[in-house]
Structure formats: structure tokens, C-alpha cells
Design a protein around this ligand. Structure first.
Ligand SMILES: [Zn+2]
Length: 142
């Protein structure tokens, strides 16, 4: 895994943020009423969105980040530049523990996570900051 930080253009960041914000409209969240939109930028320049999808059996629901990554991975994507996550609260919500582990499978510790609040104010962090000392694909020892 590399630790070099990918550089995003202003245009890429603007597109990521606007698509993550727009993706909130696709959320299925009748139970929590907590909309989350995500937009993932692939290394090849594609923007792939996700939103949370809840379920009457609560633990079955899934988060916006995992929907975006799952969609990208089944489309054949394996390398990613950044993800943006947008919610309707302030300060911005950060990805849950399950999503942190899920995203770390396909990213390096320097992978940037842009978190937007209800007014589109941004906090930037990385997977390495969100999930230090993680267990990953390189840790099987074979
Ligand atoms: Zn999550």
C-alpha cells in the first residue's frame, strides 16, 4: 500500500461534493430519517454515487459509503482517489466503523474522505486517521 496522497483538482472536489449532496435524495431511510449521500471518485475518473438503504430489520440496512464502493467494485473498479459523504447535520457525520473497514479494503491509509455537513461545509480526513492499525488484505501472511 502506498502512503502518497493523491491530489484532487478543484473540479474533482466540486463534482464529488455536489454529487454526494445530490445522492442524499436517493436515500431510503424511513426509520432513521437520516439521509446520507456518498460519491466515490475512481482512479479512472468515474464518479459513482451511493445512498443509505435501510430495512425494517434494522441491522440489514446498509450505508451510503458501502453502496458506492459495492457498486464500483462490481463494475470492475479497484482503484479509488477519494470519497465524499454528505449528511443533513452539523458537524458532518463521519463514516461508521463497518464502512471504515469496508473502505480500507480498497484504499491506502492516505485515501481522502471529504465529509460535508448540512451547509456543505467540509471536513477532510483520511482512512488512516479513521481506522488506524487496521487489518487488511496484506495481513494474511501468505
Ligand atoms: Zn457505515
Amino acid at each position: 500500500m502506498t502512503s502518497s496522497s493523491p491530489t484532487l483538482s478543484t473540479q474533482e472536489i466540486e463534482t464529488l461534493s455536489s454529487k454526494a449532496n445530490a445522492a442524499k435524495a436517493a436515500a431510503y431511510c424511513p426509520y432513521s430519517k437520516f439521509r446520507v449521500g456518498a460519491c466515490l471518485l475512481t482512479q479512472s475518473g468515474e464518479f459513482i454515487t451511493g445512498a443509505n438503504v435501510e430495512n425494517a430489520s434494522y441491522p440489514v440496512g446498509t450505508c451510503a459509503e458501502r453502496v458506492a464502493f459495492g457498486t464500483a467494485v462490481v463494475a470492475g473498479q479497484r482503484k479509488f482517489k477519494a470519497i465524499a459523504v454528505a449528511t443533513d447535520i452539523t458537524p458532518p457525520a463521519s463514516p461508521c466503523g463497518m464502512c471504515r473497514q469496508f473502505m480500507s479494503e480498497f484504499t491506502s491509509p492516505s485515501f481522502p474522505v471529504y465529509m460535508y455537513d448540512k451547509d456543505m461545509n467540509c471536513t477532510i480526513t483520511t482512512i488512516g486517521e479513521l481506522l488506524p492499525s487496521s487489518f487488511g488484505p496484506d495481513d494474511f501472511g501468505h
